[in-house]
Ligand binder design. Structure first.
Ligand code: SME
Length: 151
């Protein structure tokens, strides 16, 4: 598990004064991806129109371009506004396999200062059951500090 407090401090200093969502997402995807060997794909999907997610900044292999809200783990997170911690992607109905090597996944909704869901953070691992509720809690906090403090 990464040292989340130093990761949060690094992210805070790298994103200080920045309000552009894509710039923030690109910086976060890079820092998160290189913070832990469990993270094999780390990236964002953005809400580009009601009911549709489109790929944003990411690190790792190819990511699917579009995900409707009624599909996949990402769609479930955007639709429900709830974090999705998936220990076994084969057991998740409707999981979208962008990479056949993925075994487990963590998807967290991203909200802006008005509380609107502007996208999701998606992290895939080639390890089964790779993510813990503590990972989810710490990453939710980092996302809140980066995106909710901005208009
Ligand atoms: N597995 C995701 C799709 C995105 S890839 O993991 C990058 C899903 O089921 O929504």
């Amino acid at each position: 598990m990464p040292d989340y407090s130093s990761l949060a401090a690094t992210v805070a200093s790298l994103t200080e004064g920045e309000s552009d969502e894509v710039a923030l997402m690109a910086t976060l995807a890079c820092e998160l991806h290189h913070s832990d060997d469990r993270f094999d794909w780390t990236g964002f999907y953005r809400v580009t129109e009601p009911g549709l997610l489109k790929i944003g900044p990411y690190q790792g292999g190819h990511g699917c371009l579009k995900i409707p809200f009624d599909r996949g783990v990402c769609g479930a997170a955007a639709r429900s506004g709830e974090t999705q911690l998936v220990p076994d992607v084969d057991a998740f109905p409707g999981h979208i396999a962008c990479a056949s090597s993925t075994r487990s996944e963590l998807v967290i909704p991203v909200r802006n200062g008005s509380g609107a869901v502007i996208g999701v953070l998606d992290i895939d691992s080639n390890q089964p059951d790779a993510f813990t509720p503590e990972d989810a809690r710490q990453l939710e906090e980092i996302l809140h500090s980066v995106f909710c403090g901005r208009p």
